[in-house]
Design a protein around this ligand. Structure first.
Ligand SMILES: Nc1ncnc2c1ncn2[C@@H]1O[C@H](COP(=O)(O)OP(=O)(O)OP(=O)(O)O)[C@@H](O)[C@H]1O
Length: 300
């Protein structure tokens, strides 16, 4: 049985539908990513999963519980870090951990948690004085303190420098490896590709694709990109007739072909037949970014 099950979720604000029949499941032990352009309905969806908002229609079950009517029991199995989480600036890290531990009947010991998250030497620092990365580590600790089976992380690494972001990714992997199921809202393609077992792409309040990162990439219309500078002029008509070619551009004598592996094989054969050398030949796979652009029409 999936740990999270969302079926036909719909939510409107002031008559405007922003989540429109969203369905997905999150299986035990996986990291499911929710990816989508600004205003796609990601946060609203996640707020329904954690019981902060009631759906207009559809059902949400988390570990078999209704997040709205079973909210009390839900907090024992689900921890959350929300977008733009804040704490009082004067609260120390230790005070925050103790305060959150007091919310739960059987909290995890916060000391090893703080140790694991590299917060031990920050226990007496005030929240307002922490760096962005330290704040995020504290929020991860706070989301784990109740000993949850599931954590929901919304835009966890927004605003972090690349180093802090990578450290946070490693922490999330450790959380998953400890057996906790993760629902992750993110804007970052690299983050989604690295961390997520599956990704639900949401656009305009609907799930437009749900697949593994590799599965999404293979759906991109232009799954392979080849570029080269030919040693002699090319027969453009022969190029345009290459199989599975979706576009060809020429700029300052350099050609870029979008297509599939079949296009690349045929282009190489064509060049060889005409005894043309392909200088600075580059062949690259499409990225999750390309797939996202294809699916949503918006660049990440
Ligand atoms: N409380 C609210 N009242 C009215 N409209 C809202 C409210 N919360 C969100 N919206 C609107 O609903 C739409 C979806 O917002 P939501 O925050 O769920 O999207 P998102 O995908 O998380 O966006 P972002 O990536 O920008 O955080 C947006 O157009 C937003 O302006």
């Amino acid at each position: 049985m999936p740990l999270i099950e969302v079926r036909g979720l719909t939510k409107a604000y002031g008559g405007r539908t922003v989540v429109d029949g969203v369905s997905f499941t999150v299986e035990e032990g996986e990291i499911l990513g929710i990816l989508g352009p600004n205003g796609a309905g990601k946060t609203t969806t996640v707020e329904c999963v954690i019981g902060l908002r009631a759906p207009d229609s559809g059902t949400v079950r988390v570990a078999g519980l209704d997040p709205v009517t079973d909210h009390e029991r839900l907090t024992r199995v689900l921890g959350a870090q929300l977008q733009q989480s804040e704490l009082q600036a004067k609260l120390t890290v230790r005070e925050a951990l103790e305060l959150y531990a007091a919310f739960y009947p059987h909290p995890a010991d916060w000391r090893p948690l703080a140790e694991r998250l590299g917060l031990t030497d920050k226990l007496d620092s005030r929240f307002g004085k922490l760096s962005g990365g330290q704040k995020q580590r504290l929020f991860i600790a706070l989301s784990l303190i109740g000993g949850p089976e599931i954590v929901v992380l919304d835009e966890l690494t927004t605003g972090l420098d690349p180093r802090a972001r990578r450290d946070t990714w490693q922490l999330i992997e450790e959380v998953r490896d400890s057996g906790i199921t993760v629902l992750l809202v993110t804007h970052f393609m690299e983050e989604a590709q690295r961390l997520c077992d599956r990704i639900a792409v949401i656009d305009g309040g609907r799930v437009v694709a749900l697949d593994t990162p590799a599965g999404l990439i293979s759906r991109a219309a232009n799954s392979t990109v080849m570029s080269f500078t030919p040693s002699a002029p090319l027969d453009e008509r022969a190029l345009a007739a290459l199989p599975a070619l979706t576009s060809v551009e020429e700029r300052d004598g350099r050609y870029t072909l979008h297509g599939t592996d079949e296009t690349v094989d045929a282009a190489i054969t064509l060049l060889a037949r005409h005894r043309v050398t392909a200088h600075q030949l580059r062949v690259a796979d499409a990225t999750l970014d390309d797939a996202f652009l294809d699916l949503t029409g918006v660049s990440a």
